[in-house]
Design a protein around this ligand. Structure first.
Ligand code: ZN
Length: 279
């Protein structure tokens, strides 16, 4: 009785450990598969951009990693080349030699524009980073300003690598930098002079949620303000300062609030709001 009593407890214990390990394995496997499925469901544009053939996209350049959802006509292809050429030139002026080679996807079909740009606040274009930069363009909105803007995001993301998460890179800086090569916001200073008393501080525009909140009321204002802040910073720090800053963002050594508020106190260089004569 004693003998069997001594031997028996070991066997079930070993069995139960093996059993438990097998359970853990299946739970981990199931969890991984579920996570993968959820990831595919929540980020369909990333999946399609990674495997463009799966969405029926065709490659449109032998030299560049450019894709489209239909074969572009000769004049459409020429317009894409023109927009990309301007984008590269403007960004080279900002950063120096470009290091990124983004995969660009040019979309004609409305269902694909919705699919790829479903997360974008406006369905014009979007850039995201997944091991490398990807740019999605709606062909109906493509201009040299738009391509320059998105190529700037791509170059910044590429240089930052994985250090993209906020608050390391505040939304206002990301957007404000892209607006330096985007010709649509040249009236920023004028707008700022007129309205600066009611404008938010940089820390209030650090997250994407805050930046794009109430787009109708604040979308333009936040873009103009970001453009203005970055423009003032670049005036003083120039290209070498920008490249140093990017290195410091990677090391998480940048306090963007202090950077703008101390060195370029909001409104410090602005004398006074212009007085408007009412005749
Ligand atoms: Zn942008």
């Amino acid at each position: 009785m004693n003998k069997s009593h001594n031997v028996q407890p070991e066997k079930p214990l070993r069995l139960s450990v093996n059993h438990l390990l097998s359970h853990v394995f299946w739970i981990i496997l199931a969890g991984t598969l579920l996570g993968l499925l959820l990831w595919v469901a929540t980020m369909p544009q990333v999946v399609s951009a990674l495997w463009p053939h799966s969405r029926g996209l065709v490659r449109i350049s032998s030299q560049e990693d450019f894709w489209a959802d239909q074969k572009p006509k000769a004049e459409e292809k020429a317009f894409i080349a023109y927009c990309v050429e301007i984008a590269k030139a403007r960004n080279q002026h900002l950063f120096g030699d470009l290091k990124s080679k983004p995969r660009c996807i040019f979309l004609f079909k409305p269902q694909n524009i919705t699919h790829f740009l479903y997360k974008a606040p406006v369905k014009i274009a979007s850039t995201f980073y997944f091991g490398r930069p990807f740019i999605i363009f709606s062909m109906y909105k493509l201009t040299p300003d738009i391509s320059s803007h998105e190529f700037c995001h791509a170059e910044l993301y590429h240089r930052l690598g994985g250090s993209l998460k906020q608050p390391s890179l505040p939304q206002w800086f990301d957007e404000g930098l892209a607006l330096q090569v985007d010709g649509r916001y040249t009236q920023a200073e004028q707008y700022y002079n007129l309205e600066h008393k009611n404008l938010p501080q940089p820390k209030e525009l650090a997250s994407a949620q805050d930046f794009y909140r109430n787009p109708d009321e604040t979308h333009l204002r936040n873009h103009l303000l970001s453009y203005f802040w970055v423009k003032q910073w670049l005036k003083r720090h120039k290209q070498s300062g920008l490249n140093k800053l990017i290195q410091n963002i990677k090391k998480e050594q940048v306090n963007f609030d202090t950077l703008v508020l101390k060195n370029h106190s909001v409104g410090s260089h602005v004398t006074k709001p212009r007085k408007v004569k009412i005749l």
